[in-house]
Design a protein around this ligand. Structure first.
Ligand code: MEV
Length: 315
């Protein structure tokens, strides 16, 4: 049996994070410069039926059966075995590596799930279709993030820009004119599930106030889609700034994120905002009339621990 390898990209949310959990539209794009990779190899030398899971970046090297039930990689394998209808798989080794920073709002959990499901199902001779891969990755997101919208697993599975509304069919859309983003990492780990839970508590305490904020985010996301489809890149920066202000009002920004957002604007970004769950993780800045490397340097000087330059819509 040969080895099977699958990859899945990272992602950034351009507009509408958090509000998307409450039914508003959001826009997310894949970030192919970072990715998760899963390789399945036959378990030569392993006792029959043993599945060995290795993820060197998190110092994991364990038989599947010794992993806790709620371990995301265990769930990815178990749900895949159930989906392909294989109760007694041959021994195999699953190795996961990833260049997507953990707990940084770049979709690392979803990408690991998607890559693992694809590699394991292909190894077992039943490669799953994107729709099934996406459904399994969503199940895993639910166990770890409580009430996710499904946007992360969707953009990572399809590796295309998506205009996402929870519970509705996936919509991709045309990017009229490519645009360049600089992604800046605060270096502060912030699991998405915690930010999502805190927003839920705040919404429960002030439904009217929070729903007003979510509605505004939805309006911004649909205006941004129109601007992206018609090539009015000039409109995007101000919409990013507005979205950041709303996320601050939701309580999901942080001093580190605000510092990077300010530094990007001061260095000439057309707009900047936090991206993903917030509280830490990453922010994005739009480089229109400024060299993206100059913006990246400004972010590093303001304390970013890493930057990635990515062009959206570039083929
Ligand atoms: C995380 O990338 C996006 C959030 O809106 C959570 C979700 O949609 O599941 C914060």
């Amino acid at each position: 049996m040969p080895n099977f390898t699958a990859t899945a990209p990272g992602k950034v949310i351009l507009f509408g994070e958090h509000a998307v959990v409450y039914g508003q539209p959001a826009i997310a794009v894949p970030v192919t410069q970072v990715q998760a990779r899963a390789t399945v190899a036959p378990g030569i030398g392993l006792p029959s039926g043993t599945i060995q899971v290795q993820a060197p970046e998190i110092a994991l090297d364990s038989p599947l059966r010794a992993l806790p039930l709620d371990h995301a990689i265990k769930q990815a394998i178990d749900l895949t075995l159930a989906a392909v209808g294989v109760a007694q798989p041959p021994a195999f080794k699953l190795k996961i590596t990833s260049t997507i920073p953990l707990a940084a709002g770049l979709g690392s959990g979803a990408a690991v799930s998607v890559a693992a499901v694809r590699a394991v199902s292909a190894f077992l001779g039943h490669p799953l279709a994107d729709e099934q891969v996406n459904a399994i990755a969503f199940e895993i997101e639910k166990i770890h993030h409580g009430t996710p919208s499904g946007i992360d697993n969707t953009v990572v599975t399809y590796a295309q820009p998506v205009y996402f509304v929870k519970g509705q069919p996936i919509e991709t859309f045309v990017i009229h004119t490519p645009f360049t983003l600089v992604i800046g990492d605060t270096g502060v780990a912030s699991p998405t599930g915690i930010a999502v839970r805190d927003v839920r508590k705040a919404w429960e305490a002030d439904k009217g106030g929070y729903e007003g904020l979510f509605d505004e985010c939805g309006r911004i996301a649909s205006a941004a889609r129109r601007a992206i489809e018609s090539g009015e890149a000039g409109a995007l920066g101000p919409l990013m700034d507005e979205n950041h202000t709303l996320l601050q009002a939701m309580g999901v920004s942080s001093p580190e994120l605000d510092r990077l957002v300010q530094a990007a604007r001061a260095a000439g970004a057309a707009g900047a905002k936090l991206s993903g769950g917030g509280r830490g993780g990453n922010m994005i800045a739009l480089a229109r009339e400024v060299d993206p490397d100059r913006l990246a340097n400004a972010l590093m000087e303001a304390g970013a621990t890493n930057t990635v330059v990515t062009t959206v819509g570039h083929r």
